[in-house]
Design a protein around this ligand. Structure first.
Ligand code: PLP
Length: 387
């Protein structure tokens, strides 16, 4: 169906941060398929794990034990400090699991209309519940009636949360991104997540973090909340977890980890041996290649380059970044830059109309970072001066 306005190019193969089209043109990928291929394209360790597992066993269903699922769960627990995990196949499904956990948790407390606080400018997925949670009318329009049980507050606004706490007795959870990705790489104040944590503790709400885009090392920590130390009760992952092999995860800790019981949730494909083998190879490779620290270091390097090239430029409103999640906000809509960059062999993204979003693979080299900066220095000036 006609659900995407696709760019007029397709790729045949990839290696590291590079993609090749059918004509043999090569492109530097500063988008990673929306922060999915964080280890770069066709990473040999992931390819080998997938090939090996595919020739052994792909799927048996969750009616049986799946040792690789336990192994992956244990690795994610170790990295995050969470207690339990449910595996699905996408980000939206991971958030659906979080929403179901919040509702069950609320009903247990005798709250008959459990309500989840979500934020303006957020993105949580395209299923009915997750598009309702999403703070973007364009994504909701035409799909009414929306799902009940959500209230919305401005992002990065603790006072708004306090007001909601006073006025709405039915709240059971807050669902928020540690950094808004689709919303424009919006980075909250340093005390925002710890403030959310404190309010959740005070009112018995679950703190639920959507780490689908920020997680798996992107921001220079395994999970973005680790910069603040404010550990969530529920955390969702997907995108980079399988480096392109579909897998999503909803992790929980404490009481939130106990509410789902046999019969209350499920997924046919979720956590199958193939997807788990891919994700285990991702985690192993990230640790061997020290990619979380590398994301922090390369993020700083790239930010320095971009700030040097574009920092004082009059059409750049702001440059925001944490690790290798970078937003360059212009003072005007700039979707055309996506095409102009591609024509010069650089893949970037523009989100929220005016924000150039860079999500390069964590294996990016300094030379590749320099290329991104050199391209953007010219592209952004040519674009904005001409407009
Ligand atoms: C991509 C994304 C989702 C949705 O993930 P899908 O796999 O496309 O369903 C949800 N939340 C955030 C923050 C995302 O970036």
């Amino acid at each position: 169906m006609n659900t995407y306005s696709r760019q007029p190019v397709s790729f045949e193969r990839g290696a590291g941060a590079w993609l090749w089209d059918a004509q043999g043109n090569k492109y530097l990928d500063a988008f990673s398929g929306v922060s999915v291929c964080n280890l770069g394209h066709a990473h040999p360790a992931v390819a080998e794990a997938v090939c090996k597992q595919a020739s052994l066993l792909v799927h048996t269903s969750n009616h049986f034990g799946i040792p690789l699922q336990h192994e992956l769960g244990a690795q994610l627990m170790r990295l995050s400090g969470m207690d339990k995990v449910f595996f699905g196949n996408s980000g939206a499904e991971a958030n659906e699991a979080a929403i179901k956990i919040a509702r069950l948790y609320g009903h247990r407390k005798g709250i008959t209309v459990p309500t989840i606080v979500v934020t303006e400018g957020s993105f949580h997925g395209r299923t009915l519940a997750t598009l309702t949670a999403t703070g973007n009318r364009k994504i909701q329009a035409g799909f009414e009636p929306l799902v009940q049980g959500f209230v919305r507050v401005p992002y990065n606004d603790l006072e708004a949360l306090r007001i909601v706490a006073r006025n709405s007795p039915n709240i059971v959870a807050v669902l928020v991104e540690p950094i808004q990705g689709e919303g424009g790489v919006n980075i909250p104040a340093d005390d925002y997540l710890s403030g959310v944590r404190a309010l959740c503790d005070e009112h018995g709400w679950l703190m639920m973090l959507d780490e689908i885009q920020t997680g798996m090392g992107r921001t220079g920590q395994w999970f973005a909340w680790q910069h603040s130390g404010a550990a969530p009760d529920v955390m969702t992952l997907a995108k980079a977890l399988g480096n392109g092999v579909p897998i999503g995860a909803c992790l929980a800790r404490g009481q939130a980890a106990e509410v789902l019981q046999p019969g209350s949730h499920g997924s046919t494909f979720g956590g199958n041996p193939l997807a788990c083998a891919a994700a285990l190879a991702v985690i192993k490779t990230m640790e061997q290649e020290n990619l979380v620290a590398r994301a922090a270091a390369m993020g700083e390097y790239l930010l320095n380059g971009l700030t040097g090239a574009l920092g004082g430029y009059k059409h750049v409103a702001a440059i925001r970044s944490q690790g290798l999640m970078i937003g360059i906000e212009l003072n005007r809509p700039c979707y055309a830059l996506v095409h102009q960059a591609r024509e010069r062999g650089l893949l970037i993204n523009v989100t929220a109309e005016r924000v150039i979003r860079l999500l390069p693979p964590l294996i990016l080299t300094e030379a590749e970072a320099d290329m991104i900066v050199d391209h953007l220095a010219v592209l952004v000036r040519d674009f904005a001066d001409a407009a």
